[in-house]
Ligand binder design. Structure first.
Ligand SMILES: Cc1ncc(COP(=O)(O)O)c(C=O)c1O
Length: 404
């Protein structure tokens, strides 16, 4: 029955993480999966998370199913995190939030929703993007229409192409927007560019899906949400996919949320009911523990403040690491300008390394990066910084057509 099966290609990111685990070289460096690491190379459990878990363990009395869309308190807290304390989307009841397994769950439910309920057939996606995006959208039955996100030297946004694509998209098409900390490039739109792009989204009646997997790791929790808040204040509809994987370090707990923002409150109950019927057929109800952690942290003022401080520590450390990385690279390879890496935001950097250079780094130096040249800045630490820069310098010097 299964003899015909062919081995599926490994996932572009998790496949590399598996190769990394299997590598016996003690000097190996992992810059693949987008998980925060401390200077010891650990992906820690935040103190606020540990304390929330103690509270949960002390008071939880059942493992009964959650509602299909999670608890209403979780939904309110997520909406408050996205929109702030006072926003018309909340006061006008123009949103329906469902607790999903991670941001990935939210992305899949959102595209199933568009395909089934809005007859959306096409989603516009900038190239490059997170490698799982096109797979999720294809699984939901959407046709992916690509447009260039970067200029051909991969050192800056191709804003002209972004505007051009939005201008060509048809009414009712979806458009995927990385709200902050673009994965894999780290290049975000400026506020002025967002305004210009979103004006076209509105005018052409496109349906934006805001992938908000990194809230708090760009400019800060509120600053990262500013454009969404501004855009959605006046009756614009959208889908927002949130995740607590990165900002609470809850990766393996699978905690996220889909928020459907409606044009007016009359469509909100129907939107929620349709989201719930999709969820019911895929995983029925969300996993309890991780959601309870996020809910406990966000509803307890002390824990919330502590979490925000821990998140800020992570954010600032990534900024510092990026700066140090650029400085060390510039010292080793003085004839190259690495200024473009400074302009990037968040955990990732499109280093400019070519596929060949990335493969060489892996095979000769046991340094693992994604083949697009994406590196996880948070994987750099005081022990691996110098060997990393030295290896990059060697690869770059010996490659005739170097892009770095
Ligand atoms: C851009 C982007 N969206 C969504 C996700 C999914 O996050 P989660 O792990 O919460 O499913 C990721 C994770 O790396 C991501 O980088």
């Amino acid at each position: 029955m299964f003899a015909h099966l062919k081995v599926a290609p490994p996932d572009p990111v998790f496949g590399l993480a598996e190769m990394f685990r299997a590598d016996s070289n003690p000097a190996k460096i992992n810059l693949t999966v987008g998980a925060y690491q401390t200077d010891d190379g650990e992906t820690p459990i935040l103190d606020s998370v540990k304390r929330a878990e103690e509270l949960i363990l002390a008071k939880e009395s059942t493992k009964n199913y959650l509602p299909i869309d999670g608890t209403s308190n979780y939904a309110k807290l997520v909406a408050r995190l996205i929109f702030g304390d006072r926003h018309p989307v909340i006061s006008d009841r123009r949103y329906a939030t469902a607790h999903t397994p991670g941001g990935t769950g939210a992305l899949r439910i959102s595209t199933d929703f568009l395909r089934q309920q809005c007859n959306t057939k096409t989603i516009w996606v900038g190239n490059p993007t997170w490698a799982n995006h096109p797979q999720i959208f294809a699984a939901a039955g959407l046709h992916v229409e690509w447009f260039p996100y970067l200029t051909s030297d991969r050192r800056q946004l191709d804003f002209g192409s972004i505007l051009d694509a939005l201008g060509r998209a048809g009414s009712g098409d979806a458009v995927l927007l990385h709200t902050v900390c673009h994965n894999p490039t780290g290049f975000d739109l400026s506020h002025e560019q967002w305004r210009e792009a979103l004006a076209i989204v509105k005018e052409r009646r496109l349906i934006p899906i805001f992938d908000f997997a990194y809230q708090g790791l760009g400019q800060g929790l509120d600053a990262d949400a500013e454009m969404i808040r501004e855009f959605l204040a006046n009756g614009q509809a959208a889908l927002i996919c949130s995740s607590f994987s990165k900002n609470m370090g809850l990766y393996g707990e699978r905690v996220g949320a889909l928020t459907v923002v409606t044009e007016d409150a009359t469509s909100t109950p129907a939107a929620l009911s349709q989201v719930k019927s999709i969820i019911r057929t895929i995983y029925s109800t969300p996993p309890q523990h991780g959601g309870a952690i996020a809910e406990t942290i966000l509803s307890n003022e002390g824990l919330r403040q502590d979490w925000m401080a821990e998140l800020e520590t992570m954010r600032l450390r990534i900024i510092e690491l990026r700066e140090t990385f650029v400085q060390r690279l510039s010292m080793r390879i003085p004839d190259h300008d690495f200024g473009f890496i400074r302009q990037q935001v968040g955990m990732f950097s499109f280093s400019g390394l070519t596929r060949e250079q990335v493969i060489r780094l892996r095979e000769e130096f046991a340094i693992y990066a994604v083949e697009s040249g994406r590196i996880n800045i948070a994987g750099i630490n005081s022990r691996n910084l110098e060997p990393l820069c030295e290896a990059i310098a060697k690869c770059v010097e010996q490659t005739a057509s170097c892009e770095v």
